[in-house]
Ligand binder design. Structure first.
Ligand SMILES: *[C@@H]1O[C@H](CO)[C@@H](O)[C@H](O)[C@H]1NC(C)=O
Ligand SMILES: *[C@@H]1O[C@H](CO)[C@@H](O)[C@H](O)[C@H]1NC(C)=O
Ligand SMILES: *[C@@H]1O[C@H](CO)[C@@H](O)[C@H](O)[C@H]1NC(C)=O
Ligand SMILES: *[C@@H]1O[C@H](CO)[C@@H](O)[C@H](O)[C@H]1NC(C)=O
Ligand SMILES: *[C@@H]1O[C@H](CO)[C@@H](O)[C@H](O)[C@H]1NC(C)=O
Ligand SMILES: *[C@@H]1O[C@H](CO)[C@@H](O)[C@H](O)[C@H]1NC(C)=O
Ligand SMILES: *[C@@H]1O[C@H](CO)[C@@H](O)[C@H](O)[C@H]1NC(C)=O
Ligand SMILES: *[C@@H]1O[C@H](CO)[C@@H](O)[C@H](O)[C@H]1NC(C)=O
Length: 473
């Protein structure tokens, strides 16, 4: 469905016909429904008027649908509106309000949710983007009318959208995607969202939600993406999160969450991203993290976790590309097993109390492009090559380790690692291993500083593929 959101109804119909003849199967599994398409199938009058009125509530009084778009599912399609045939009549199945592009249905400065919106009871997808500027709450009490059809509901970047999540969202039992991102919403997360067991994607990030995450959220066993980041949620992570076994991405960063990382989290065998950064998580790293074998990005930075790294069998996390444990009150040494994470691109261990040496084997990681260990208490000599320092530049950060130094050898001090002083003594063995690594590490300069944001993009891709697969079923 996503793929058709911006096409005109005419294109949509043609694609549908092709698809029906190719696959012999349409969206609803109702074969043969489309034979009369193109001949101007009718639209029930109440549906048509409800559509005009609903849109007028958002676009403003000047918007006269019957004037501008006399046949909204046929030869005068409305940008942002898609229709489908049910028993020979057109019904609106998708409505996108807000300024997506020049032709889209832009919102008036003052908008209203008209009751007519909830008469469009074939709606599968409803979205609002950059629409609400003046403060307005999401209406409550009407949503059950869409419970038989609505699969995707999205409010994105609406600064004027305030108030709570209406309780009757919990009755949208067909919902597969609920996205409330970057609005002004507040209050607690309703427990009954846990009833929406078909949800695949739940994104509530960038609002002002408070309170705890209810145990019921652990019942969403089909969830692929759970993103509650950038709110003010408190309390601990529910132990029931171990039930989110399908999850690919869990982002709870930038909240006020506290307590331990529950060991149940190791049930999330398919999880590729775990981001708990900028919370108040404490109580150490759970050893069960090492069982999350699909992890690609583990971001726990800026939490008072307080532990050492030695107990965890890091080499189990074979897919790990981003490991950010900066500012987590870590103590003890840096385990050499980290250098067996061959896919590692980003390693952040800065601003902790780590001690001991830094293994030069880390330089053998083929894709490592950022290595931060500054602000620790590392000691001894750094045994990387001049080539490594040259390749990494400031993306190798080892400053503010008062007892760390680098051997100068033949290299000029100016080619050494930034902010690290030269050792008094020179080791001759250093030069031999050095020149070898220069060759191995050439050309790897500019990969990835942005792995974190690229992963967000990747998950949007996963989501699209998922929706397309769904489309054919
Ligand atoms: C739209 O325009 C028609 C005539 O052009 C008029 O009869 C109708 O009342 C208008 N509708 C609205 C909702 O303004
Ligand atoms: C929905 O959730 C609430 C609170 O969690 C619960 O009391 C209610 O029985 C649930 N409703 C359904 C239909 O499952
Ligand atoms: C979660 O599901 C279980 C079993 O289906 C049910 O007993 C429980 O009440 C649900 N929890 C919530 C908070 O809805
Ligand atoms: C995990 O991913 C695999 C491969 O994509 C899939 O077959 C499996 O069903 C997933 N597990 C869960 C619990 O969703
Ligand atoms: C390191 O440990 C000392 C003493 O325990 C403590 O005062 C300091 O805050 C710690 N530093 C970091 C960055 O965790
Ligand atoms: C390193 O990155 C390249 C390019 O992104 C990729 O093709 C390659 O598989 C990566 N190597 C490892 C060991 O992950
Ligand atoms: C760093 O380690 C040295 C000795 O290893 C110790 O004397 C010093 O107190 C430590 N500094 C901090 C800030 O922990
Ligand atoms: C080193 O630490 C001090 C104080 O802890 C800080 O002011 C300084 O900016 C740090 N230097 C670098 C290069 O980060």
């Amino acid at each position: 469905m996503m793929g058709f959101s911006r096409t005109s109804v005419g294109d949509f119909v043609i694609v549908m016909i092709v698809m029906v003849s190719l696959i012999g199967k349409c969206i609803n599994g109702e074969n043969g429904e489309y034979e009369g398409v193109g001949g101007g199938a009718p639209m029930v009058k109440t549906e048509q008027e409800a559509l005009y009125s609903a849109i007028q509530g958002f676009a403003g009084e000047w918007w006269n649908g019957s004037d501008l778009y006399p046949d909204p599912c046929g030869w005068t399609p409305i940008q942002g509106v898609s229709c489908d045939l049910f028993d020979g009549f057109w019904y609106v199945t998708e409505l996108n309000i807000g300024s997506i592009d020049d032709n889209s249905l832009a919102c008036a400065p003052h908008v209203e949710f008209r009751p007519h919106l909830f008469q469009l009871n074939h709606l599968k997808s409803l979205s609002f983007f950059h629409c609400f500027v003046a403060p307005i709450p999401i209406p409550s009490g009407n949503w059950a009318a869409l419970s038989g059809s609505l699969e995707s509901l999205e409010f994105r970047s609406n600064l004027g959208l305030i108030g709570n999540i209406p309780p009757d969202f919990g009755r949208l039992r067909k919902l597969q995607s609920l996205v409330l991102i970057e609005n002004g919403l507040s209050g607690g997360l309703p427990d009954n969202i846990g009833n929406l067991t078909r949800l695949k994607r739940l994104v509530l990030s960038g609002n002002r939600f408070t309170g705890e995450i209810g145990d019921g959220y652990g019942n969403l066993s089909e969830l692929l993406i759970l993103d509650l980041s950038r709110n003010s949620l408190s309390g601990s992570l529910p132990l029931t999160f171990g039930g989110l076994t399908s999850l690919l991405k869990l982002d709870l960063s930038e909240n006020q969450l506290e307590g331990k990382i529950p060991s149940e989290i190791s049930n999330l065998k398919n999880l590729t991203l775990l981001d708990l950064s900028k919370n108040k998580i404490s109580g150490g790293l759970t050893k069960s993290i090492q069982e999350m074998s699909s992890l690609e990005e583990l971001v726990l930075s800026r939490n008072p976790i307080g532990d050492d790294l030695m107990d965890i069998e890091w080499e189990n996390l074979r897919g790990l590309m981003v490991l950010d444990l900066s500012s987590t009150r870590l103590m003890g040494g840096i385990p050499e097993s980290l250098s067996r994470l061959k896919k590692l691109r980003f390693l952040g261990l800065n601003d902790n109390n780590l001690t001991g040496n830094l293994s030069p084997k880390l330089a053998e990681l083929p894709n490592l492009s950022s290595l931060y260990v500054y602000g620790n208490n590392l000691t001894g000599e750094l045994k990387f090559t001049q080539g490594f320092y040259g390749k990494m530049g400031r993306r190798f950060g080892a400053w503010n380790n008062s007892n760390l130094c680098f051997p100068v050898g033949l290299m000029a001090t100016s080619f050494g690692p930034f902010g690290v002083k030269a050792c008094q003594e020179v080791r001759t063995s250093f030069r031999d291993s050095g020149s070898k690594m220069v060759n191995e590490n050439k050309n790897l300069d500019s990969h990835f500083r942005t792995s974190l944001s690229s992963s967000k993009y990747r998950f949007d891709m996963i989501w699209c593929v998922f929706m397309l697969i769904n489309f054919f079923m």
